[in-house]
Structure formats: C-alpha cells, structure tokens
Design a protein around this ligand. Structure first.
Ligand code: ADP
Length: 487
C-alpha cells in the first residue's frame, strides 16, 4: 500500500496538539507493518531552527492562487530509515514563529496559506505518484479532496488514488469570508450552500466531507456524536448525508514516547511489576509545584488546553468544593486568558492544595502523568483524547466525562466486581464532576482496591498496531470501491 499522508503538523517536526502525535505515530506504524508511506507538511520556521537534517529534492511546485502563480520548493527529511517527510517550502507563508497564528490570534492569511499548502501537496502527489491513498487531516488539508475531484484533469497521475479525510476535531473547520473565494480558483457554482458555502462563508472542512472518498474521525463514539446537532458544530446535516462513508477509528498510543518503564523525563522509571518509582515521581511533582510532600494525599493532575471544550467551565464551578477535599491538584496548560487568570488566582489563595503552571512543557506533562495518582479530563466533547490513554499506562487513574474517545477508552470502576480502569461521569456539570472525584478519592484510601484498579489500567493496550490495521482495512476497502462521485 502506498500512502501519502498530508498534515499541517507532524511530531516531532512541529506540534501544537494531538494531531501531530497521531499523524506521526500512525505513519510510523503503517511503515513498520510493511506499507510505503510518505508525509507532506509545510516547512515551518521551527523545523529549520530545531536542526533536522534537510535535503533538497530539486522538486519545484508552482500553483495558481487567484491570478498569481506562486512557487515553492520541496525539501525532505526522514523520520527513520523508511519514512520520508516532504516539506513544502514557501517562506512568505510558513517561515513564521507560529504554525497558525501568534499572540494576536490566527494569521489573517490562513485561507491563502492552507489553500497554497493543499494545492502544492496535490502537485507533490502528482510528481511523486503513484499513490494508492492520499490521507488528509483536518481543515488545513480539506481542499485536497475538493480540488482533486473537481479538477480531475489537472491531476492525471493520481486519478486513481483514493482520498481519505480524517477529522481530529470538528470544531475547527477553516471558515473564511467569501472574499477569499478567488484564492481557490474554482467556479462560483461551488460557492453555494450545496457545496463549500456555509452561512455566507467558505467552509474548507465541509468541502472535505463532501468530496472525499471516505472520512474518518478518531473514536467510534465521536463518529456517532457528530451526526447530532449537539456535537455536529453545524455540519451534522452534511455528515448525516454521508454517514455511510464515515468511520470511527480510535487513536493509538506511541508507547515509545509514553511508557513509565523507559520515559527519560521522569524522576524514576517504574512498571506494573514494580511501582516503587511512582512514589519518587509524585514527590518530585509536589516539589515542582511547591505542594506539601505528602505521600498519602491523592494528587490529581491535569494537562490541557484551557478552553471550554476541555470542561474548564465545570471545573471552575466545582473548584471551591474540590479544594475543600483532602487532595492536591496540579494543572499545566495554556489557553483562554480568563481561565489562565482564574486558575492562577486560585493557586495564589490555595497554595497548599493547588499548583498551576501556565505554559506548554512536554517534560512537565510527562512528570504529571507519572507523579499524579489521578488524571482529570472533564471535557464537554473529546474526539479521542490522548492524555487519558497515557494516564492508563502510567497507572494514573483517569476521571473523565463520558464523551467521545473518553467514553470509548475508559470503563467506570465497579466496586462490586473490581473491574474498570477509571471513573466516568455523564452530566456536564460541576456537581457530577465532584461526585466522580469523591468516588475516586474514597477508593484511593483503600490501598488494596486501588492497586487492583492501577493494575487494570496499566494492563490496557491501546498500541497503534490495532488502529493501523483498521486504517489499512479501510484503505483496502476504498481501493475496491469506485470513487465517490461528484456530490
Ligand atoms: P487536543 O489535541 O484536543 O489538545 P489531546 O488529548 O488529543 O487534546 O492531545 C493533547 C496533546 O497535547 C497531548 O499530547 C498533551 O500531553 C499535549 N499537551 C496539551 N497541553 C499541553 C501543555 N500545556 N504542555 C505540554 N503538553 C501539552
């Protein structure tokens, strides 16, 4: 199987969130089980700064953007021997500090930047063909299926390739004003509600859903949820129309990066047979956050974007009561300023119970996974969620709201049978969150039951092999079925 994976971020080259982890790990796993995969992404400044070995390929790309011809060059680096990454270099677009924006917000020319990226990726696909599947990710690449299908004669070399789109988070759709339409160089008939128009704007993701041969999202539960008005972010009707081509495939975990037995970031390695190191990790975490070094007080961790999606609203609703319980709580995250300020203020007034660090810090994220006893994810919605899967491996018991991938990966603890791997609550409210935390901290005081729960969690296997097999099966199915016709 020859797969060209196109994404706006890939770990370890450039990352702002889970998308980068998923694309990197899925590609590596597909290669490991015998497929031929190449990645394509923009050549951001961070890639030049971080000393990756870059080769010139000599492949030029030139595309139309409105009435201009815009050119770029293709560089190449390698993630291991058999996994090339094509970097689309166009410095005016990508040689910037942020991937999508800076402290003032999103870059105002993102429509142009990612229209260029998608067109250039199609040129690259054409020049490096044949490909069985072009696998696109999120709105930044969602124009690829649109352009390939509408302008089929411009891309003869990849006419037979199937295009798959994976949606990692439906809330991010690439919505741009109508004035950006000329950048696409598509006929006005496609700027109608039947196609890419969405309440007078252009919606890249809507186009991707309509024009891809099939589309996936990152858990089975989320694939069901996004067909409802509650979770559909305005696109539920479009998704329902194409539901036969929608598949939910759960993300896996990169156990090379996230494994307490080998993790170089944590104070002392440990595993399910020897949990002693976890005590040292907890002590170090308490020191980092200036919390009293109490070994037997339950310590809850949270690593998250500080936004509504992640349930910050209900967390703050419950915080007053939470901080009256006999527990400690550490938070790492960045996001909306109001949440950053509220958390910092609470940390100031409750220094013995709550530690807050505002920032993006991969090493500290690992230390929290290892040092905490519990991990909180009260998300309003969660397409897959990665941190709860990391937590299981670290014996750090997740407390989650039962939505999306959180619901698919966490089974509520049953006190009668001792089964389950975490604690779940359903209602999106501070009260329900508090009730779940209470159940968790009560069980924590029963050492024997707690160790059983940790053992259950650490025994879970969410390795990428399982997910990669599902993607492979879907690629095969796509190759066997005729191309999805023009909608
Ligand atoms: P999302 O992609 O919606 O933010 P996921 O759970 O799918 O959520 O993935 C988040 C990824 O980003 C995880 O690898 C998590 O550890 C990491 N992460 C999020 N915030 C931070 C932070 N402030 N510092 C370090 N890593 C973070």
């Amino acid at each position: 199987m020859k797969v060209l994976m196109v994404s706006s971020e890939v770990f370890p080259l450039a990352k702002t969130g889970g998308l980068a982890d998923v694309v990197g790990a899925l590609s590596r796993t597909l290669v490991r089980v015998g497929n031929e995969v190449a990645l394509a992404m923009p050549a951001y400044r961070t890639i030049f700064k971080n000393g990756f070995q870059l080769e010139e390929t000599g492949i030029p790309v030139e595309v139309s953007i409105a009435s201009r011809r815009v050119s770029g060059m293709i560089l190449r680096t390698w993630l291991g021997e058999n996994l090339p990454v094509y970097l689309i270099r166009a410095d005016p677009y990508f040689l910037r500090d942020g991937l999508y924006g800076n402290s003032q917000g999103d870059y105002p020319d993102n429509a142009e930047r990612f229209t260029f990226f998608s067109k250039a990726a199609l040129e690259l696909a054409r020049k490096t063909a044949p490909w069985n599947v072009i696998h696109c990710h999120d709105w930044q690449t969602a124009l690829i299926p649109v352009l390939k299908k509408i302008r089929i004669h411009s891309y003869p070399e990849i006419q037979k390739s199937k295009v798959l789109l994976t949606i990692h988070n439906l809330a991010y759709q690439g919505n741009f004003p109508a004035s950006a339409w000329s950048l696409l160089n598509l006929d006005m008939q496609y700027f109608t509600p039947r196609y890419l128009e969405f309440y007078r704007n252009i919606n890249f993701l809507k186009g991707g859903i309509l024009f891809s041969d099939a589309f996936t999202t990152v858990s089975k539960k989320y694939a069901i949820e996004i067909k409802t008005t509650e979770y559909g972010c305005g696109l539920d009707g479009v998704i329902r129309d194409r539901e036969r081509d929608l598949h939910g495939i759960l993300n896996g975990l990169d156990y090379k990066e996230w494994n307490p037995e080998t993790d170089p970031h944590i104070k002392k390695n440990y595993g399910d047979q020897d949990l002693d190191g976890k005590k040292s990790c907890k002590k170090e975490l308490q020191e980092i956050y200036n919390l009293p070094p109490e070994p037997s007080v339950p310590l809850i961790g949270m690593v998250s974007r500080l936004v509504d999606q992640k349930g910050l609203d209900i967390l703050l609703e419950a915080m007053g009561d939470l901080l009256r319980l006999d527990l400690q709580f550490v938070v790492l995250g960045t996001g909306e300023e109001r949440y950053e300020k509220l958390l910092a203020g609470l940390c100031h007034s409750h220094p013995l119970r709550l530690g807050v660090k505002i920032g993006f810090d991969n090493t500290l994220a690992h230390k929290i996974e290892a040092g905490a006893d519990l991990f909180l994810m009260p998300s309003k919605y969660e397409p897959c969620g990665l941190n709860q899967i990391y937590s299981l491996k670290y014996g750090t018991i997740p407390i989650v709201r039962s939505t999306g991938g959180l619901d698919d990966t966490i089974e509520d603890h049953n006190p009668l049978t001792g089964t389950g791997n975490g604690f779940k609550f359903n209602t999106h409210s501070g009260h329900a969150l508090l009730e779940a935390v209470n159940r968790a901290t009560t069980l924590y005081s029963n050492t024997e039951a707690w160790h059983q729960l940790m053992a259950n969690a650490m025994a879970c296997d969410f390795s990428w092999e399982k997910s990669a097999i599902e993607y492979f099966a879907l690629y095969l199915q796509l190759l066997k079925t005729p191309s999805h016709p023009l909608p």
